[in-house]
Design a protein around this ligand. Structure first.
Ligand code: FEO
Ligand code: CA
Ligand code: CA
Ligand code: CA
Length: 704
């Protein structure tokens, strides 16, 4: 008999919203004494305290002095050349006058025959051939390009992350059933045991991962996906190499890879990065929920499960329940049950979750290449990764946020210098991983996660701490347990770090902190200044001495997002053309425009205090001249995530993730879906994640 089960959501009700840090309490102590009130921050107290740290930044000067942007740019015009648009609650996308849009790369478009858009539901074989679901981070690689900023602006490889799937839109068995966005079909077998159809699980696995597709602009100016030998799907089943200090360690030995050198698949691919040698990095964010540890919960679980939120019970999609294992597919499904069932780790899948939580390198130009998990960048809920501009002969520097409540921001500095001739993934396999400490006086420090230094010792520093697991066998152990190591160093718990962006003109690093409703008044810090933070903020910093590898930095708050009565930018409240909340996607275009995308949870969008913001949106900002304008509004139910342009900046690509996610279980069961979230096909169709192509009618630079 077919039944339907709601998975256990990541936070008990908010879909893909991530878990909180369960072990932050002791680490707030240090900042409690020095905390400042939100009121004094909004009055400019912090800004005044930080005055001058960003010397040449006019935007920072304005923030300090509370001046309007127009008074600080007498000699230069803003980079923004469009009229801002109002918020929208319509099931379509909007752009400013003078711009046009088209839809590209919909979920379900065949990559072997791109003229074909598969009808839903999809078989596993169809999904394995088709663009995946839930588009997120994305990059355009020009075909002839030698680096990410050169080459063709009319032909290239579009590479798109697929964060997760919505099972009710994938399976014939779901039709007519009361399913919400987190629910999946189950079958009750003999003895009342729950199972899942393996064919449905295979479809869901194939909907995850990354799509690589050739796109071209046709003579009429329309972009299309075309056949190409490089068109490729990477999914939750693709074999991958493990590289860096964790390769071969005991922590990643499994029945599939007894020597700990390989794993299968990548999960919950959120944002991304692009290396200076022109490869793609995909980041594993909320992977922990895909696993269960049936036998254990709470304190009985190993720390590399517990600190990341691997739970007892049924996993997010119940993949471990698929019929057919363990006799088929080399435990393709059973590996998601991470219980220690045999005598040795090489005999079971207790270490399977340790193969996830990494940054994965993919070479889109080599379809035969094996993706590589680069473990020296740490194991956590990686949102994305962003590089400082590579400088010949200098170390390579990149940043990554851990998107869960009260988690941290990290930086990696390579041991070897960047040399253009020999640069490659090996640069990411040796170096130093640091975690950020934001002090309330506007200074900051990068704390090294180096085995043998500070508290990261083979023996605990203090008597009794071995009981809490406060010791590490080696650097691999530190990296597998990155969060715990960062706890011990005293890193600053943040309001959910999402994307970062580096202003290549100044070296300043910007990060979105999307929201954190679990922050209490006692835990307020200068960098995370609001308790019950529903709206989020954008923080930025400058490395000491302008050296990206420095271990100290200066920071300030760039924007406090929110409604007009609870927001600040340039010392002023956001106005109707600017209000936004839950900043997430962030990207600097080559001219220096900062593009800001929003991800209000589908559980709150267009309800209560969130209704004034309408659907999720994208804004453009000129940080140097203090200009901020709403550029794009998305369709019903979606989040707006992923943004990049062609090198000439005359075509922009923006993703719509999970259109229709706000459709209730009752409406879904009724089958009467029209008007509730049907983009891009309209009518009574299921919503499909897809890419929006934005161009200017006069052929000019987008945003200019
Ligand atoms: Fe996948 Fe943190 O957004
Ligand atoms: Ca989301
Ligand atoms: Ca995101
Ligand atoms: Ca988000």
């Amino acid at each position: 008999m077919q039944k339907f089960t709601n998975g256990v959501p990541m936070d008990g009700g908010n879909g893909d919203e991530p878990l909180s840090n369960p072990s932050t309490a002791p680490h707030f102590q240090e900042v409690l004494a020095a905390r400042i009130s939100r009121r004094s921050l909004l009055q400019g107290g912090l800004a005044a305290a930080l005055g001058g740290l960003f010397g040449g930044s006019a935007a920072f000067a304005a923030m300090s002095e509370g001046e309007s942007p127009t008074t600080i740019t007498p000699d230069r015009v803003t980079l923004l050349g469009f009229s801002p648009i109002p918020v929208s609650r319509e099931d379509t996308v909007h752009v400013p006058p003078g711009y046009r849009t088209q839809v590209l790369a919909e979920w379900g478009r065949s990559l072997s025959n791109p003229e074909r858009l598969y009808a839903l539901p999809l078989t596993a074989a169809e999904q394995a051939d088709a663009i995946g679901s839930h588009h997120d981070g994305m990059h355009f690689f020009p075909i002839e390009g030698s680096d990410p900023h050169h080459g063709s602006s009319h032909s290239g490889l579009l590479v798109i992350n697929h964060e997760y799937v919505e099972p009710r839109y994938m399976h014939a068995s779901a039709v007519g059933q009361p399913l919400n966005r987190n629910a999946f079909p189950t079958v009750t077998g003999e003895g009342g045991h729950l199972h899942r159809h393996s064919a449905e699980v295979l479809t869901e696995m194939a909907g995850h991962g990354v799509s690589v597709m050739r796109i071209e602009r046709d003579p009429a100016g329309r972009w299309v996906v075309v056949s190409d030998p490089r068109n490729r799907r990477i999914t939750a089943t693709t074999p991958m190499e493990i590289a860096g200090p964790v390769r071969g360690s005991d922590r990643v030995k499994t029945r599939y890879s007894p020597d700990g050198t390989r794993t299968r698949g990548t999960l919950n691919n959120c944002a991304h990065g692009v290396t200076p040698w022109n490869t793609y990095l995909t980041c594993e964010e909320n992977w922990a929920g895909y696993f269960r540890n049936r036998a254990q919960s709470g304190d009985d679980q190993p720390r590399e499960h517990r600190r990341y939120g691997v739970r007892a019970g049924v996993s997010r999609y119940g993949w471990e329940l698929a019929a057919g294992d363990p006799n088929h597919n080399h435990h393709l499904y059973a590996r998601f049950n991470a219980v220690a069932s045999e005598a040795r780790p090489e005999q079971d899948f207790r270490n399977e979750p340790n193969g996830f939580g990494w940054v994965v390198e993919i070479d889109p130009f080599r379809p035969e290449s094996t993706p590589v998990k680069r473990t020296h960048l740490g194991r956590f809920a990686h949102e994305g990764v962003i590089f400082q501009p590579a400088v010949e002969g200098k170390p390579l520097v990149c940043y990554s946020g851990d998107d869960a409540r009260n988690e941290y921001i990290y930086k990696f500095v390579s041991a070897q210098p960047y040399l253009r001739e020999s640069a490659g993934g090996h640069l990411l396999d040796s170096g130093t991983l640091y975690v950020a400490k934001f002090t309330d006086d506007g200074s900051g420090e990068w704390l090294p996660l180096v085995w043998g230094q500070g508290p990261l010792q083979p023996q605990p520093l203090n008597q009794g701490e071995e009981r809490d697991g406060h010791c590490f066998l080696d650097q691999a152990d530190v990296l597998v347990n990155t969060r715990l190591a960062a706890d011990l160093l005293g890193a600053t718990p943040m309001d959910r770090p999402e994307w970062g962006a580096v202003d290549s003109a100044t070296g300043q690093v910007y990060f979105t902190l999307t929201n954190n409703t679990s922050r209490t008044q006692d835990a307020v810090t200068a960098a995370n200044p609001r308790a019950n933070n529903r709206w989020g903020q954008i923080i930025r910093w400058q490395e000491a001495g302008g050296d990206p590898a420095a271990t100290r930095f200066h920071w300030d708050l760039f924007i406090l997002a929110g409604p007009s009565d609870d927001s600040r930018f340039q010392g002023q409240p956001l106005d109707a053309s600017q209000i936004f909340n839950s900043p997430d996607g962030l990207w600097f275009d080559p001219d220096g425009r900062l593009w800001i995308q929003t991800d209000m949870s589908e559980s709150v969008v267009n309800t209560g205090d969130w209704a004034q913001f309408g659907n999720n949106q994208m804004l453009a900002c000129d940080p140097q001249h203090g200009d901020l304008r709403r550029f794009f509004t998305g369709c019903l139910g979606q989040e707006t995530t992923g943004v990049v342009t062609t090198p000439d900046q005359r075509t922009m690509f923006v993703n719509q993730q999970h259109p229709g996610a706000t459709i209730s279980a009752e409406a879904f069961a009724s089958g009467q879906l029209a008007g509730l979230g049907n983009w891009p096909l309209g009518g009574n169709h299921y919503g499909r994640s897809a890419t929006v192509v934005i161009t200017k009618e006069d052929g000019g630079v987008v945003g200019g």
